[in-house]
Design a protein around this ligand. Structure first.
Ligand SMILES: [Zn+2]
Length: 409
């Protein structure tokens, strides 16, 4: 292997000296390969480290497939000297160590409490998950696994790295048996609790993981995805949720355990209120329709209703409902209705057996309002215009009514 991976035996060193043994360029970006490195490259579900080589930022670290060399990708520029001092961003590295070590503990805990095997692991900047091969876990089993994992943390068990041959590995009770490769296998042993093959960075004892909290379960086709948080991430998650709960208890003036019942009660009330409003709106609509009907002008068998509302009395939806209500429930009826205000609006309707071309009438009326917007059919037409007062809208409707008189005769 080209570069010596120092992080294999020591996860805690963050400052080291090394020599550049190769320079690589790809897509306008520069990378260097060192004779030895503490930088962890993206692999095994754990993201890469970041940091610096001399004064140059290291923004990505990858493994070159062909020979396993570790590529340190530089943020900007190149490094001219061969001798470098490497510095690892410890905040990021320690976060990865906490999450990754926590994953080993939680995976073993699920195995012991529920015989559920971990078949996947994913760690990113904002989430940590494992996939279990068991779908039918009860909530008590989840809690048992979580509790066992935290007990192992509180016991502060030592975590050691062991190197064995593939042959030796066969005889060991490994949680995860990796594909056979050349050379030695790196095993991570949590004292008297877990033994597994892994290439990642881990804490020296379980206590450094701090806390493991399961956050969310997601059932997928053939697996159960368990999202969790360890250490600092668990603290951040607790802070966020605590602040949400405190805000809710203050707003709802209730205790934390009662939040759910309070919200459920409010939802039921809101639903009941919406039903009540709907009933009252429909009653109001009938009354308004009746009121308009009383002002109607009769021309032989035809009933003609001509009326302007102010925009604080009625909105567009209500006008449409009102107009439909009248013309659908009465025969030989025509409604020429309008809204005056910051925006004007006209809605012309007739029952199917009444005469008149509503789209033609609308065109005439819209001209009075200075607009050519809107249209419709012989039975129904609508259009919106600029601001207009009640007199102006009335004038427009009256003009339409005059044309209508001609159409009726
Ligand atoms: Zn690991």
């Amino acid at each position: 292997m080209k570069s010596q991976r120092l992080y294999y035996t020591d996860s805690y060193t963050t400052r080291f000296k090394a020599n550049i043994i190769e320079r690589v360029e790809a897509n306008g970006r520069h990378a260097v390969i060192l004779d030895q490195t503490y930088f962890y490259p993206t692999s095994g579900g754990q993201p890469h480290d970041t940091g610096r080589l001399n004064d140059t930022a290291v923004t990505n670290v990858t493994i070159r497939e062909e020979d396993g060399a570790i590529l340190h990708w530089l943020g900007k520029g190149e490094i001219w000297f061969d001798a470098v001092v490497g510095i690892i961003d410890w905040t990021r590295r320690f976060d990865h160590m906490q999450q990754h070590t926590g994953q080993h503990i939680l995976s073993q805990a699920f195995l012991q409490t529920a015989e559920a095997e971990t078949i996947g692991f994913h760690l990113s900047d904002n989430s940590v998950t494992i996939d279990l091969n068991s779908l039918d876990l009860q909530s008590e089993q989840i809690e048992q696994a979580e509790f066992l994992a935290n007990q192992v943390i509180w016991q502060n068990r030592l975590i050691k790295v062991r190197w064995v041959t593939a042959e030796q590995a066969q005889k060991l009770p490994l949680r995860k048996i990796p594909p056979v490769r050349e050379g030695k296998l790196r095993l991570i042993e949590i004292d008297k609790f877990d033994l597994t093959a892994c290439g990642g960075t881990h804490t020296a004892a379980t206590g450094s993981v701090g806390l493991i909290k399961i956050i969310k379960l997601e059932r997928r086709r053939d697996k159960l995805r368990v999202e969790f948080a360890c250490g600092q991430r668990a603290l951040q998650d607790y802070r966020l949720k605590n602040s949400i709960v405190n805000n809710l208890t203050a707003q709802l003036t209730t205790g934390a355990p009662e939040i759910l019942t309070t919200v459920t009660k409010m939802q039921v009330e809101a639903k009941e209120n919406r039903r009540l409003i709907k009933r009252q709106q429909s009653a109001l609509l009938k009354m308004q329709a009746q009121e308009l009907w009383d002002t109607a002008v009769k021309q032989g068998s035809i009933t003609l209703i001509n009326h302007v509302f102010r925009d604080d009395e009625l909105d567009l939806g209500q006008l449409r409902a009102l107009s439909n209500q009248i013309t659908r429930q009465n025969s030989q009826t025509i409604t020429l209705l309008g809204i005056a205000g910051k925006k004007s609006f006209l809605m012309f309707n007739r029952s199917s057996d009444a005469p008149g071309e509503m789209n033609q009438l609308l065109k005439v009326a819209m001209q009075v309002l200075g607009s050519d917007a809107g249209g419709g059919s012989a039975m129904t037409a609508q259009g919106g215009g600029p601001a207009a007062d009640t007199d102006k809208v009335k004038q427009a409707i009256d003009r339409a009514e005059k044309v209508l008189q001609g159409q009726i005769r």
